[in-house]
Write a protein that binds this ligand. Structure first.
Ligand SMILES: Cc1cc2nc3c(=O)[nH]c(=O)nc-3n(C[C@H](O)[C@H](O)[C@H](O)COP(=O)(O)OP(=O)(O)OC[C@H]3O[C@@H](n4cnc5c(N)ncnc54)[C@H](O)[C@@H]3O)c2cc1C
Length: 302
């Protein structure tokens, strides 16, 4: 979608918003799939309410983009614009055991920065791409930990009140790849309370997690991590593997040979290919195991 309304375009600079015309979502997502739309980069949290009022009054729908590592975006000209937070400098400030982190901060860098200051707990998140905002929204986790366990406060733009608010950790429910935030809430910053641990010990944990990832995931290929959530007490990847579906392809969309719950874009897969592969695998799992797999990847298809 291109913003045609000249009043909106003229108001953006004063709001500290940078307009990127016709951005390619294939270039902004780890899966390398997705059409084009206008991209609005927000440099100032305080202008978000005005920006959203402006877009709403002009009838311009929007979506929030973090690092694009958990997204499967539709092909062609997209029917909404994309909002993304610009990364401030600094994006992490430490105060004792509390890390004040901007939502635009890179998750991996946050883990290593805190580690270097003897703050641990998040070792499992090393190797999870994307931003801290995306990780909060998804309650990203791995190897028995999840980011939600360390959240003391979240600063967010709440769609319901159209204001920036602070929520305490205990007001938010963090479940397996699910949070109680409303779909239109925008994460702006977080206070993480982390346990003290010597750097060397954290580094050892990080190395173990890195090794586990390297030995089980197709890290050199374009993917969005796990496509499906694990059903209670079971593994989506194991079910797909047991059905012999590793290597199954639709066009250039392919079930990874290395990890059956990672679907990769082998070359120039379209969203249509990837969606057909996802639907096909889901159907076969349902047929064989009577289990309805839920998507872990967020699908933006119109
Ligand atoms: C190789 C690989 C390995 C992965 N391993 C893991 C893993 O072990 N564990 C795991 O949990 N995930 C994993 N993932 C998935 C992904 O990295 C995480 O879900 C990550 O937290 C998504 O963050 P993002 O910034 O990229 O979000 P995006 O992909 O940009 O967005 C995901 C969702 O969050 C929303 N969102 C993003 N930023 C904001 C914001 N500021 N405010 C409100 N909503 C927002 C988007 O609208 C969208 O709905 C992996 C992905 C890859 C490619």
């Amino acid at each position: 979608m291109r913003i045609e309304d000249a009043n909106i375009v003229a108001a953006l600079p004063d709001l500290g918003v940078e307009l990127g015309r016709g951005a390619s979502l294939a270039e902004l997502t780890s899966l390398g799939i997705g059409g084009t739309t206008d991209l609005l980069r927000i440099k100032n949290h305080e202008s978000i309410a005005s920006l959203l009022n402006l877009l709403d009054s002009g009838g311009v729908p929007h979506r929030f983009l973090g690092g694009g590592s958990n997204l499967l975006v539709g092909d062609g000209e997209l029917p909404w614009v994309v909002l993304q937070l610009a990364r401030p400098n600094p994006d992490i400030v430490l105060e004792g055991n509390v890390a004040h982190v901007d939502a635009a901060a890179d998750l991996g860098r946050t883990v290593t920065y805190c580690a270097k200051h003897d703050l641990g707990g998040m070792e499992g998140l090393i190797g999870v791409p994307g931003t801290v905002g995306g990780a909060l929204r998804m309650n990203a986790g791995a190897y028995g930990m999840q980011i939600g366990s360390y959240v003391r406060e979240v600063k967010l733009y709440r769609a319901a009140t159209r204001k920036i608010e602070i929520l305490r950790g205990e007001q938010i429910s963090f479940e397996y790849r699910h949070t109680s935030f409303a779909p239109d809430d925008m994460m702006l910053a977080v206070k993480l309370e982390l346990p003290s641990k010597p750097y060397k010990e954290i580094l050892q944990g990080i190395r173990i997690c890195n090794e586990k990832r390297r030995s089980s995931q197709p890290l050199g290929q374009k993917s969005a991590g796990c496509i499906f959530k694990n059903p209670p007490g079971a593994s989506a990847g194991r079910m797909i593997d047991e059905l012999g579906l590793k290597g199954l392809s639709v066009g250039d969309a392919r079930v990874s040979d290395r990890h059956a719950n990672f679907f990769v874009n082998a070359k120039k897969a379209s969203a249509k290919d990837m969606l057909a592969l996802v639907a096909g695998v889901r159907e076969r799992v349902h047929w064989a195991f009577h289990v309805e797999l839920e998507h872990e990847v967020v699908i933006w298809n119109a």
